[in-house]
Design a binder for this molecule. Structure first.
Ligand SMILES: NC(=O)c1ccc[n+]([C@@H]2O[C@H](COP(=O)([O-])OP(=O)(O)OC[C@H]3O[C@@H](n4cnc5c(N)ncnc54)[C@H](O)[C@@H]3O)[C@@H](O)[C@H]2O)c1
Length: 335
């Protein structure tokens, strides 16, 4: 009888237990007990994972393995053909290092759009209306606080600039239409009229100069790290509001703190941080900054849908040798 391929689980299955179990008809399911990166690398070197065809990894498995980078990927056994990442953002995986080894990478786009855009909306409303100072003072028994917090602003009629008009950005656009905001966007490529849904395409610089609210919805990679820094803050309207549900390192946090302190930036809503779970003290201490601890996809429905999506990728990889949600960089390579 032919031996089954192996699937290595890095991290935990929290919801889709039945679907995960059903994979055992196709593959031997194995998991690492490594307590950290050094141990995991030793396991790889010792041939512990020989025969593994596909890896299912979670965002939290960073604690076990660290980043799937150019040190780790070459140590994976030659049998590994697929890395299936449970998350829409896959900056924890060096796709180039995987491509060099002919390893294909998938992620879970789409499943995250609504719930991440919901957090995005919460942050836009919260930061624009300036709710945070009042929310802090009411818990201290000071009602709205003394002195009173500054008046907030209505979203209606304000210009929202979306940087990165992908799945989440477009979902956010639809939500903001209900608040009568004027939407402009900047993307690597201009979208079709249908996908843009009435949002106007502008250059990055025009977006920075004309937006009342700027939302970051683009992936983190070497080109987008610190895409928003001192120069960009200086181009923005004085009193701009910034929200980030994408990845913390897209903003230079030290520069953001300075822009807040000089009132160039009026208020900020953040779900993501440069060095999670650490928060820059200048953000932590500023009541004009709304802080959410990376809860963009933190709903029962979405967590379940993401796991199901990732398991479907593993199943398709083992059964048919193809990934359903190949990362964009590798789709481009296949063309
Ligand atoms: N806070 C959370 O819990 C959470 C949840 C899901 C996703 N995310 C993050 O949100 C990001 C966006 O997710 P998505 O599913 O919408 O991705 P997506 O790939 O559908 O959309 C990203 C868009 O950004 C554009 N883009 C890429 N580089 C750009 C650049 N340099 N300038 C302008 N535009 C650029 C792409 O063309 C694409 O349209 C993810 O990469 C992830 O890091 C965070």
């Amino acid at each position: 009888m032919a031996t089954k391929p192996k699937v290595l689980l890095l991290g935990k299955i929290e919801h889709a237990h039945e679907s995960w179990k059903s994979l055992s008809n196709l593959a031997d399911l194995v998991s690492s007990q490594a307590q950290g990166r050094a141990e995991f690398l030793e396991e790889c070197k010792a041939g512990r994972w020989d025969g593994v065809k596909a890896i299912y990894r979670t965002f939290d498995s960073m604690e076990i393995t660290g980043r799937f980078d150019s040190e780790l990927v070459p140590l994976l056994p030659g049998s590994v053909e697929f890395v299936c990442h449970n998350g829409a953002g896959y900056d924890q995986v060096d796709v180039n290092a995987c491509s060099d080894r002919k390893i294909k990478v998938s992620h879970t786009p789409g499943t995250v759009n609504d719930c991440t855009a919901d957090v995005n909306m919460f942050l836009i409303l919260g930061a624009l209306r300036g709710f945070n100072p009042g929310m802090l003072s009411i818990r201290e028994g000071n009602w709205r606080g003394h002195p009173l917090p500054p008046l907030g602003h209505d979203p209606e009629g304000k210009t929202l600039g979306i940087v990165g008009m992908g799945g989440i950005g477009r979902n956010l656009k639809k939500k903001c239409d209900a608040f009568s905001m004027k939407i402009i966007y900047h993307n690597r490529k201009r979208l079709s009229e249908e996908l843009a849904g009435g949002a106007a395409y502008v250059s990055f610089e025009e977006l920075l100069r004309t937006s009342d609210v700027i939302s970051l919805n683009l992936p983190l990679n070497k080109d987008t790290r610190h895409k928003i820094s001192t120069r960009e803050f200086e181009m923005m309207k004085k009193g701009v509001v910034i929200v980030n549900t994408a990845r913390g390192a897209i903003i230079d946090e030290a520069a953001l703190v300075k822009a807040l302190d000089s009132d160039q930036v009026a208020s900020v809503g953040l779900d993501v941080y440069e060095d999670e779970p650490k928060i820059h003290p200048g953000l932590m201490s500023n009541p004009r900054v709304i802080l959410v601890p990376h809860m963009g996809t933190w709903t029962a429905e979405t967590q379940c849908a993401m796991e199901e999506c990732n398991i479907s990728n593993v199943r398709s990889a083992v059964q048919d040798g193809v990934l359903l949600n190949l990362v964009p960089e590798q789709v481009d390579l296949e063309k």
